[in-house]
Design a binder for this molecule. Structure first.
Ligand code: ISE
Length: 334
Protein backbone atom coordinates (compact mmCIF):
# COMPACT_ATOMS: atom_id res chain seq x y z
CA UNK A 1 0.00 0.00 0.00
CA UNK A 2 1.52 3.33 -1.11
CA UNK A 3 -0.51 5.75 0.96
CA UNK A 4 -2.82 4.82 3.82
CA UNK A 5 -6.16 6.57 3.08
CA UNK A 6 -7.73 7.73 6.31
CA UNK A 7 -11.30 8.81 7.07
CA UNK A 8 -11.67 10.97 10.17
CA UNK A 9 -14.93 11.26 12.05
CA UNK A 10 -15.33 14.27 14.36
CA UNK A 11 -13.92 17.52 13.00
CA UNK A 12 -13.54 19.41 16.29
CA UNK A 13 -10.26 20.99 17.34
CA UNK A 14 -8.29 17.80 18.02
CA UNK A 15 -9.58 16.17 14.82
CA UNK A 16 -8.41 19.13 12.76
CA UNK A 17 -4.94 19.11 14.37
CA UNK A 18 -4.66 15.42 13.42
CA UNK A 19 -5.64 16.17 9.79
CA UNK A 20 -3.05 18.94 9.76
CA UNK A 21 -0.24 16.77 11.17
CA UNK A 22 -0.98 13.73 8.97
CA UNK A 23 -1.41 15.67 5.72
CA UNK A 24 1.33 18.25 6.23
CA UNK A 25 3.98 16.75 8.50
CA UNK A 26 3.96 12.97 8.63
CA UNK A 27 4.58 10.49 5.85
CA UNK A 28 2.85 7.43 4.41
CA UNK A 29 -0.76 8.48 4.93
CA UNK A 30 -3.33 11.09 4.06
CA UNK A 31 -6.66 12.00 5.59
CA UNK A 32 -8.81 11.87 2.46
CA UNK A 33 -12.26 12.28 3.99
CA UNK A 34 -14.05 13.54 7.06
CA UNK A 35 -17.49 13.29 8.62
CA UNK A 36 -19.17 15.17 11.43
CA UNK A 37 -22.60 15.42 12.98
CA UNK A 38 -22.47 19.11 12.05
CA UNK A 39 -22.62 18.70 8.25
CA UNK A 40 -22.07 22.38 7.38
CA UNK A 41 -18.99 22.65 9.53
CA UNK A 42 -17.71 19.35 8.15
CA UNK A 43 -18.00 20.69 4.59
CA UNK A 44 -16.00 23.77 5.56
CA UNK A 45 -13.24 21.63 7.09
CA UNK A 46 -13.23 19.37 4.02
CA UNK A 47 -12.94 22.40 1.71
CA UNK A 48 -10.11 23.82 3.82
CA UNK A 49 -8.04 20.63 3.49
CA UNK A 50 -9.20 19.65 -0.01
CA UNK A 51 -10.73 16.37 1.18
CA UNK A 52 -14.14 14.72 0.80
CA UNK A 53 -16.99 15.46 3.24
CA UNK A 54 -19.41 12.68 4.25
CA UNK A 55 -22.75 13.43 5.89
CA UNK A 56 -22.61 10.18 7.79
CA UNK A 57 -19.61 8.67 9.61
CA UNK A 58 -20.68 5.07 9.10
CA UNK A 59 -21.02 5.52 5.32
CA UNK A 60 -17.53 7.00 5.23
CA UNK A 61 -16.11 4.13 7.29
CA UNK A 62 -17.66 1.54 4.94
CA UNK A 63 -16.39 3.31 1.80
CA UNK A 64 -13.85 1.13 -0.10
CA UNK A 65 -11.67 4.24 -0.67
CA UNK A 66 -11.00 4.39 3.09
CA UNK A 67 -8.29 2.11 4.52
CA UNK A 68 -8.26 3.25 8.17
CA UNK A 69 -10.30 5.40 10.54
CA UNK A 70 -9.64 8.07 13.17
CA UNK A 71 -12.37 8.77 15.72
CA UNK A 72 -12.26 12.22 17.36
CA UNK A 73 -15.95 12.74 18.07
CA UNK A 74 -17.48 13.44 21.47
CA UNK A 75 -16.70 10.57 23.85
CA UNK A 76 -20.32 9.29 23.75
CA UNK A 77 -20.05 8.55 20.02
CA UNK A 78 -16.72 6.66 20.18
CA UNK A 79 -18.27 3.22 20.59
CA UNK A 80 -20.57 3.63 17.57
CA UNK A 81 -17.76 4.54 15.16
CA UNK A 82 -15.08 2.24 16.58
CA UNK A 83 -17.56 -0.62 16.26
CA UNK A 84 -18.39 0.40 12.67
CA UNK A 85 -14.67 0.30 11.84
CA UNK A 86 -14.31 -3.15 13.45
CA UNK A 87 -17.26 -4.40 11.39
CA UNK A 88 -15.65 -2.98 8.24
CA UNK A 89 -12.38 -4.78 9.17
CA UNK A 90 -10.44 -1.46 9.25
CA UNK A 91 -7.76 -0.22 11.63
CA UNK A 92 -9.17 2.44 13.90
CA UNK A 93 -7.46 5.01 16.09
CA UNK A 94 -9.79 6.37 18.79
CA UNK A 95 -8.92 9.39 20.92
CA UNK A 96 -9.03 8.75 24.66
CA UNK A 97 -11.22 7.60 26.35
CA UNK A 98 -12.09 4.55 24.27
CA UNK A 99 -15.67 4.98 25.59
CA UNK A 100 -17.22 6.59 28.67
CA UNK A 101 -17.66 3.42 30.77
CA UNK A 102 -15.89 0.10 31.27
CA UNK A 103 -19.07 -1.67 30.07
CA UNK A 104 -18.94 0.26 26.75
CA UNK A 105 -15.26 -0.70 26.37
CA UNK A 106 -16.10 -4.33 27.11
CA UNK A 107 -18.63 -4.33 24.25
CA UNK A 108 -15.99 -2.93 21.89
CA UNK A 109 -13.57 -5.69 22.93
CA UNK A 110 -16.26 -8.32 22.36
CA UNK A 111 -16.80 -7.06 18.80
CA UNK A 112 -13.05 -6.96 18.14
CA UNK A 113 -12.60 -10.49 19.47
CA UNK A 114 -15.55 -11.68 17.36
CA UNK A 115 -13.89 -10.17 14.29
CA UNK A 116 -10.75 -12.17 15.15
CA UNK A 117 -8.21 -9.40 14.48
CA UNK A 118 -6.75 -6.60 16.58
CA UNK A 119 -7.78 -3.32 14.94
CA UNK A 120 -8.28 -0.78 17.72
CA UNK A 121 -5.71 1.64 19.11
CA UNK A 122 -6.51 4.19 21.83
CA UNK A 123 -5.02 7.70 21.78
CA UNK A 124 -2.98 7.75 24.96
CA UNK A 125 -0.30 10.00 23.52
CA UNK A 126 1.86 10.29 26.63
CA UNK A 127 3.29 6.83 25.93
CA UNK A 128 4.98 8.44 22.90
CA UNK A 129 6.50 11.40 24.74
CA UNK A 130 10.31 11.10 24.60
CA UNK A 131 10.56 11.95 28.32
CA UNK A 132 8.14 9.24 29.47
CA UNK A 133 9.94 6.78 27.17
CA UNK A 134 13.25 7.56 28.91
CA UNK A 135 11.64 7.05 32.31
CA UNK A 136 10.17 3.73 31.15
CA UNK A 137 13.54 2.46 29.98
CA UNK A 138 15.14 3.24 33.35
CA UNK A 139 12.24 1.61 35.23
CA UNK A 140 12.06 -1.48 32.99
CA UNK A 141 15.82 -2.05 33.38
CA UNK A 142 15.65 -1.38 37.13
CA UNK A 143 18.69 0.86 36.56
CA UNK A 144 18.02 2.58 39.90
CA UNK A 145 16.32 -0.27 41.76
CA UNK A 146 12.61 -0.78 42.35
CA UNK A 147 10.23 2.17 41.93
CA UNK A 148 8.57 2.85 45.29
CA UNK A 149 6.59 6.09 45.07
CA UNK A 150 5.45 8.41 42.29
CA UNK A 151 4.58 12.09 42.76
CA UNK A 152 2.79 13.53 39.75
CA UNK A 153 1.38 16.94 38.82
CA UNK A 154 -1.11 17.67 36.04
CA UNK A 155 -1.84 21.39 35.84
CA UNK A 156 -3.87 23.30 33.26
CA UNK A 157 -4.23 27.08 33.02
CA UNK A 158 -8.00 26.99 32.52
CA UNK A 159 -10.91 24.81 31.42
CA UNK A 160 -13.98 25.40 29.29
CA UNK A 161 -17.54 25.93 30.49
CA UNK A 162 -18.40 22.21 30.21
CA UNK A 163 -16.01 21.26 33.01
CA UNK A 164 -17.60 19.75 36.10
CA UNK A 165 -16.48 18.06 39.29
CA UNK A 166 -16.02 14.67 37.56
CA UNK A 167 -13.85 15.99 34.75
CA UNK A 168 -10.55 16.05 36.68
CA UNK A 169 -10.71 12.25 37.04
CA UNK A 170 -12.53 11.37 33.84
CA UNK A 171 -10.97 13.79 31.38
CA UNK A 172 -7.62 14.83 32.81
CA UNK A 173 -6.10 12.28 35.22
CA UNK A 174 -7.06 9.40 32.89
CA UNK A 175 -3.75 10.23 31.23
CA UNK A 176 -1.88 9.40 34.44
CA UNK A 177 -4.00 6.26 34.92
CA UNK A 178 -2.84 4.97 31.56
CA UNK A 179 0.72 6.21 31.35
CA UNK A 180 1.68 5.19 34.90
CA UNK A 181 0.20 1.70 34.47
CA UNK A 182 2.30 1.39 31.28
CA UNK A 183 5.37 2.91 32.98
CA UNK A 184 5.27 0.51 35.91
CA UNK A 185 3.92 -2.48 33.96
CA UNK A 186 1.32 -3.30 36.60
CA UNK A 187 -2.34 -2.78 37.40
CA UNK A 188 -3.87 -0.81 40.25
CA UNK A 189 -5.60 -2.28 43.28
CA UNK A 190 -7.12 0.83 44.84
CA UNK A 191 -8.01 4.45 44.14
CA UNK A 192 -8.74 7.43 46.34
CA UNK A 193 -9.55 11.05 45.46
CA UNK A 194 -9.39 13.95 47.92
CA UNK A 195 -10.14 17.62 47.56
CA UNK A 196 -7.71 20.41 48.31
CA UNK A 197 -8.78 23.90 49.31
CA UNK A 198 -10.56 25.18 46.19
CA UNK A 199 -9.20 28.04 44.12
CA UNK A 200 -11.28 31.17 43.54
CA UNK A 201 -10.97 30.44 39.79
CA UNK A 202 -13.02 27.21 39.94
CA UNK A 203 -16.66 27.80 39.09
CA UNK A 204 -18.83 25.13 40.70
CA UNK A 205 -16.26 22.31 41.08
CA UNK A 206 -13.42 21.34 43.39
CA UNK A 207 -10.00 22.30 42.13
CA UNK A 208 -7.32 21.12 42.90
CA UNK A 209 -8.07 17.43 43.49
CA UNK A 210 -5.60 14.76 44.58
CA UNK A 211 -5.80 11.16 43.39
CA UNK A 212 -3.93 8.37 45.15
CA UNK A 213 -3.46 5.04 43.38
CA UNK A 214 -1.83 1.88 44.70
CA UNK A 215 -0.48 -0.79 42.39
CA UNK A 216 -0.43 -4.58 42.74
CA UNK A 217 3.15 -4.55 44.07
CA UNK A 218 2.37 -1.69 46.50
CA UNK A 219 3.77 1.33 44.62
CA UNK A 220 1.95 4.43 45.91
CA UNK A 221 1.16 7.21 43.44
CA UNK A 222 -0.16 10.68 44.17
CA UNK A 223 -1.42 12.90 41.37
CA UNK A 224 -2.33 16.56 41.76
CA UNK A 225 -4.88 17.77 39.24
CA UNK A 226 -5.13 21.57 39.23
CA UNK A 227 -7.06 22.57 36.14
CA UNK A 228 -7.44 26.32 36.58
CA UNK A 229 -4.09 27.43 37.91
CA UNK A 230 -4.37 30.53 35.73
CA UNK A 231 -0.88 30.51 34.23
CA UNK A 232 0.59 27.35 32.68
CA UNK A 233 0.29 23.76 31.48
CA UNK A 234 2.61 21.72 33.65
CA UNK A 235 2.98 17.95 33.76
CA UNK A 236 5.48 16.42 36.14
CA UNK A 237 6.30 12.93 37.27
CA UNK A 238 8.83 12.16 39.96
CA UNK A 239 9.66 8.50 40.45
CA UNK A 240 11.23 7.67 43.80
CA UNK A 241 13.29 4.52 43.27
CA UNK A 242 15.35 2.60 45.80
CA UNK A 243 18.62 4.11 44.57
CA UNK A 244 17.67 7.40 42.87
CA UNK A 245 14.97 9.95 42.20
CA UNK A 246 13.94 10.15 38.52
CA UNK A 247 12.17 13.18 37.08
CA UNK A 248 10.22 13.33 33.81
CA UNK A 249 12.38 15.33 31.33
CA UNK A 250 10.69 18.56 30.24
CA UNK A 251 10.68 19.81 26.62
CA UNK A 252 13.75 21.90 25.74
CA UNK A 253 12.04 25.30 25.56
CA UNK A 254 13.85 28.62 25.21
CA UNK A 255 15.32 30.55 28.10
CA UNK A 256 13.47 33.82 28.61
CA UNK A 257 14.81 36.88 30.41
CA UNK A 258 11.99 39.24 31.33
CA UNK A 259 10.55 41.12 34.29
CA UNK A 260 13.81 40.65 36.19
CA UNK A 261 13.56 36.85 35.94
CA UNK A 262 15.79 34.48 33.94
CA UNK A 263 14.04 31.17 33.33
CA UNK A 264 12.93 28.44 30.95
CA UNK A 265 9.62 28.97 29.17
CA UNK A 266 6.99 26.29 29.68
CA UNK A 267 3.89 25.52 27.63
CA UNK A 268 0.42 26.93 28.13
CA UNK A 269 -1.43 24.07 26.47
CA UNK A 270 -1.32 20.27 26.18
CA UNK A 271 -1.41 20.58 22.39
CA UNK A 272 2.02 22.25 22.34
CA UNK A 273 3.49 20.40 25.36
CA UNK A 274 2.77 17.03 23.75
CA UNK A 275 3.13 17.96 20.08
CA UNK A 276 6.13 15.67 19.63
CA UNK A 277 4.28 12.82 21.36
CA UNK A 278 1.31 13.22 18.97
CA UNK A 279 3.59 13.24 15.94
CA UNK A 280 5.41 10.07 17.02
CA UNK A 281 2.11 8.42 18.01
CA UNK A 282 0.53 8.97 14.58
CA UNK A 283 3.65 8.13 12.59
CA UNK A 284 3.96 4.82 14.47
CA UNK A 285 0.24 4.13 14.05
CA UNK A 286 0.45 4.76 10.28
CA UNK A 287 3.50 2.50 9.96
CA UNK A 288 1.84 -0.25 12.01
CA UNK A 289 -1.43 -0.11 10.00
CA UNK A 290 0.53 -0.47 6.78
CA UNK A 291 2.39 -3.43 8.20
CA UNK A 292 -0.87 -4.96 9.40
CA UNK A 293 -0.58 -4.75 13.19
CA UNK A 294 -1.57 -2.71 16.26
CA UNK A 295 1.37 -1.92 18.50
CA UNK A 296 0.02 0.95 20.60
CA UNK A 297 -2.50 0.99 23.48
CA UNK A 298 -5.19 -1.61 22.72
CA UNK A 299 -8.91 -1.80 23.47
CA UNK A 300 -7.91 -3.73 26.62
CA UNK A 301 -5.82 -0.72 27.74
CA UNK A 302 -8.81 1.52 27.01
CA UNK A 303 -10.98 -0.77 29.15
CA UNK A 304 -8.39 -0.99 31.97
CA UNK A 305 -8.29 2.81 32.13
CA UNK A 306 -12.07 3.12 32.42
CA UNK A 307 -12.10 0.55 35.24
CA UNK A 308 -9.73 2.73 37.27
CA UNK A 309 -11.57 5.90 36.24
CA UNK A 310 -14.85 4.54 37.56
CA UNK A 311 -13.25 3.41 40.85
CA UNK A 312 -11.64 6.86 41.21
CA UNK A 313 -14.96 8.56 40.43
CA UNK A 314 -16.69 6.53 43.11
CA UNK A 315 -13.83 7.32 45.49
CA UNK A 316 -14.31 11.02 44.77
CA UNK A 317 -18.08 10.90 45.25
CA UNK A 318 -17.88 8.87 48.47
CA UNK A 319 -14.57 10.38 49.67
CA UNK A 320 -13.53 6.82 50.50
CA UNK A 321 -10.85 4.48 49.16
CA UNK A 322 -12.23 2.13 46.48
CA UNK A 323 -10.96 -1.19 45.20
CA UNK A 324 -10.04 -1.50 41.53
CA UNK A 325 -11.20 -4.81 40.07
CA UNK A 326 -10.57 -5.82 36.46
CA UNK A 327 -12.12 -8.65 34.47
CA UNK A 328 -9.71 -11.39 33.49
CA UNK A 329 -7.71 -10.30 30.43
CA UNK A 330 -8.95 -12.22 27.34
CA UNK A 331 -6.22 -14.35 25.69
CA UNK A 332 -6.77 -12.26 22.56
CA UNK A 333 -5.02 -9.29 24.22
CA UNK A 334 -2.18 -11.21 25.91
C1 ISE B 1 -7.66 17.29 27.82
O1 ISE B 1 -8.78 16.61 27.33
C2 ISE B 1 -6.44 16.48 27.58
O2 ISE B 1 -6.47 15.39 27.09
C3 ISE B 1 -5.19 17.10 28.11
O3 ISE B 1 -4.07 16.31 27.84
C4 ISE B 1 -5.34 17.29 29.59
O4 ISE B 1 -4.20 17.94 30.11
C5 ISE B 1 -6.55 18.15 29.90
O5 ISE B 1 -6.68 18.30 31.30
C6 ISE B 1 -7.80 17.50 29.32
O6 ISE B 1 -8.91 18.34 29.56
Amino acid sequence: METLRIGLVGTGMIGRTHIERINNKLSGARVVACADINADFCKKVAAQYGIKAFEDGETMIADPEIDAVIVTTLDQAHEQFVTAAIHAGKYVFCEKPLAPTAADCRRIMEEEIKGGKKLVQVGFMRRYDPGYRQLKEAIDNRTYGEPLLLHCRHRNPEVDGNWNNSSAVENSMVHEMDVLRWLLGENYVSAEVRYGKTTRRADGFHDPQIMILTTESGVRIDVESFVCNGHCYDVQCEVVCEDAILNLPQPANIEVVADAVRGRAIDRSWSTRFVEAYNVEFQEWINACKEGRVDGPTAWDGYACQVVASAASLARDTQEIQKVTYDEMPDFYK
